[in-house]
Ligand binder design. Structure first.
Ligand code: HEM
Length: 493
């Protein structure tokens, strides 16, 4: 006879009945003692955890990173130690501003978050599909994100809030230009690049520091929706990108990305004409060409979305030996923010959840807390130093000392003289686009800015138009004409 598994309560008691509640007579009230009814309802009520405060809608897959080129002269990170070396990874894609149930084809940057399970710990490279960002100081992050979410009164998305913020923060122009281009509506997740965006450090075996930027270039080729196609897809399939990813991996059509890097020496970082730690700027490839590193392949869908994707926790603070931080203020701000968000969203012991757990050794004196399930250190000592165990601090992992430019603490204007060219790079980006793409960019901006309303409408439009004009007069003029703004009086303000 075929063996059956018994349906049980969470504590293992076999169910006697799973479809009818215990009642007094067939049409009478229910009995409090029908514990199974309570357990089912109570667990259901607790199924939701807080969604990510940003990047709530996402899709992920497991895969491998394979080294194809030798970069050991720049870094001693074991993940790069020899050609052919493979490391398991998780890659989660996401939109940014929408809720967990929002449409995949919204105009928005896309998250590109990697977790590499290396033998020196998990390395998280938590980037986007764009090499730059809207702001350059983390103090502005919450304010910025509020403008991307819902208006407190109307509970609607508000182009007025968005453009008010962007126009008051001209450092956003580079990212806004990218967002308004066709790259703001990628065709799913397989046809876009990923970027570490920040500048990080590499440290080699001689303890020399280099600055590095990471690029993940899609091998599927760039493919975008136009604004109209993206809007149409919203009504056809809200989950287009999730479906596209899971179906392709299920079919064995594994998406791949080339990992490449840009390298800047410490000495160059002191004299380069662009602040190398400013997240609103790229390092032009003419000055810092791309160097080949390896290939990322996604080849396994998670068996259970909630377990492996919703509970995944990525943190820019998670670097490994041979990879370090940089003085990029945004990166510095993110180092603290993510684990804080994870503790709120998943609890203090979130690193024990299998998708987050380092598959190699972890040893420390953290104990207890809700949902501790890894043995909790057993009977071993829970303090350091002690005379009983053999756990040591390995000083050989220490990074070389950092020589900083200044020893004067203060609040420095992020857009002070020398840090205020918000226009050259977005202008170059516009001029690089083909005619059709320039047309789309202008029409996307016009469409988006047309949504600005209320008493400050013209003030916001004029302020933002000045930024577009300063990036490129043709871009400014195209947008002004599209909005029906009489340019001369506007520009006099
Ligand atoms: C100071 C600036 C920033 C702050 C404070 C911040 C904060 C956060 C927070 C709190 C989350 C949710 C984390 C969670 O609940 O798991 C998040 C998610 C994310 N952020 Fe940021 N963020 C910042 C800038 C950036 C930048 C510059 C990038 C890309 C270059 C980025 C990429 C992402 C991605 C990809 C996710 C989703 C990770 C995942 O898939 O779970 N963020 N951010």
């Amino acid at each position: 006879m075929k063996e059956h598994n018994k349906l049980t309560t969470a504590s293992g008691k076999p169910y006697v009945e799973n479809e009818d509640s215990q009642s007094v007579g067939p049409r009478g009230p229910l009995l409090l003692q029908d514990f199974i009814l309570h357990e089912k309802m109570a667990h259901f009520n607790r199924e939701r955890i807080p969604e990510r405060v940003v990047h709530a809608k996402g899709s992920a897959a497991f895969g491998t990173f394979t080294v194809t080129h030798d970069i050991t002269k720049y870094t001693k990170a074991k993940i790069f130690s020899n050609i052919g070396k493979e490391t398991k990874l998780l890659l989660r894609f996401s939109t940014v501003g929408g809720e967990k149930g929002s449409a995949d084809t919204e105009r928005d940057p896309r998250g590109f978050a990697l977790k590499f399970y290396t033998e020196d710990g998990n390395w998280d490279l938590v980037g986007n599909n764009t090499p730059v960002f809207f702001i350059k100081d983390p103090k502005k992050f919450g304010d910025f994100i509020h403008t991307q979410k819902r208006d407190p009164y109307t509970n609607l998305k508000s182009p007025t809030m968005m453009w008010d913020f962007w126009s008051l923060n001209p450092e956003s122009l580079h990212q806004v230009t990218t967002l308004m281009s066709d790259r703001g509506t990628p065709y799913g997740y397989r046809h876009m690049h990923g970027f570490g965006s920040h500048t990080f450090s590499f440290i080699n075996k001689d303890n020399e520091r280099f600055y590095v930027k990471f690029h993940m270039l899609t091998k599927q080729g760039i493919k975008n929706f136009t604004d109209a196609e993206a809007a149409e897809m919203k009504s056809k399939d809200m989950d287009f990108a999730q479906r596209d990813l899971i179906e392709n991996i299920d079919k064995g059509n594994f998406p791949r990305w080339d990992m490449k890097i840009q390298i800047m020496t410490e000495a160059e970082s002191r004299t380069y004409h662009i602040n190398p730690f400013d997240l609103t700027k790229v390092w032009p490839h003419g000055d810092y060409p791309l160097i080949d590193v390896g290939v990322i392949e996604l080849n396994k869908n998670p068996d259970n979305y909630f377990q492996d994707v919703e509970q995944a926790a990525f943190a820019p603070a998670h670097v490994v030996d041979g990879i370090g931080y940089s003085p990029d203020k945004m990166l510095q701000g993110r180092l603290l923010s993510y684990p804080d968000a994870h503790r709120y969203r998943l609890g203090a012991n979130y690193e024990q959840i299998p998708v987050n757990r380092c598959p190699f050794a972890t040893n420390n004196y953290q104990r207890d807390g809700q949902m501790r399930i890894d043995g909790n250190g057993g009977s071993a000592p829970n303090y350091f130093p002690n005379s009983f165990d053999n756990i040591v601090v390995d000083q050989s992992y220490k990074e070389p000392a950092w020589t900083l430019e200044s020893n004067v603490a203060g609040w420095y204007d992020r857009n002070a003289e020398g840090e205020n060219d918000h226009y050259t790079q977005p202008g170059n980006l516009f001029r690089l686009l083909e005619a059709e793409q320039q047309k789309n960019l202008i029409s996307n901006v016009v469409g988006a800015m047309s949504g600005i309303d209320g008493p400050k409408r013209m003030e916001i439009i004029n302020r933002q138009l000045c930024h577009w004009f300063r990036a490129d007069p043709r871009l400014g003029m195209g947008i002004a004409q599209g909005l029906g703004v009489d340019v001369d009086p506007a520009m006099m303000k």
